[in-house]
Design a protein around this ligand. Sequence first.
Ligand code: 6PG
Length: 233
Amino acid sequence: MEKRVFKTQGDTARALAAYIAEYVEKGNDPVNIALSGGSTPAELFSILAEKYSRSIDWGKVRFFWVDERCVPPDHSESNYRMTAERLLSRVSIPDENVFRIKGEDNPRKEAERYSSLIKSEVREEEGLPAFDIILLGMGSDGHTASIFPDQLELLKSGNICEVAIHPETRQKRITLTGPVINRGRSIVFLICGSGKKDMLGKVLQGDPLFPASHVNPDRGEMHFYLDESASPD
Ligand code: 6PG
């Protein structure tokens, strides 16, 4: 496990963008990347669009989502919408390389559809799809993807995707499950801001109460990209 700490959120995003660019350059075509949403990755996506639009061979990259809110793609809370605005609309990635979770559809049916799609599109390793990069964030409650502390069973699900429910807003989400996340070849946490510091300390100590503590690659790598304000030490 590699932990890299940077002075600012911008420095952290720039370093992670460089890591992704290098991974894609060295990776075999296609490079399957599962993206998280929320607010933290927004700057990373902008940097990828602004600084790597020409240097990354976007035809090699295929984007999937780690999770999505069950809202339409033009909704302000859509992870897809944020990614499209910050990145997808600004680089030459073929439309067929973008595999959006259809948040507007029936959640149960979409979880099944997306599971089947991943099964057919992402190379399997010992029975589970193995994404090249899985980009994760962490909530101040210790959730990651859309696996919340009151739904720890999603860490052990036999399905590739499940329907989750945000504990406060009761908003439904589609999420990758724990076994698929842990099959990732490179699992990258991008965590910034002082609001995450205390929880990150608990997660790094492996506190089992929190879903992010249960992210441990089966055989891949795990990287933490942190700014100083989020870093516990
Ligand atoms: C989502 C994300 C979620 C996110 C954390 C952190 O759909 O919200 O996938 O897991 O990574 O909630 O969100 P922030 O970056 O906004 O703090």
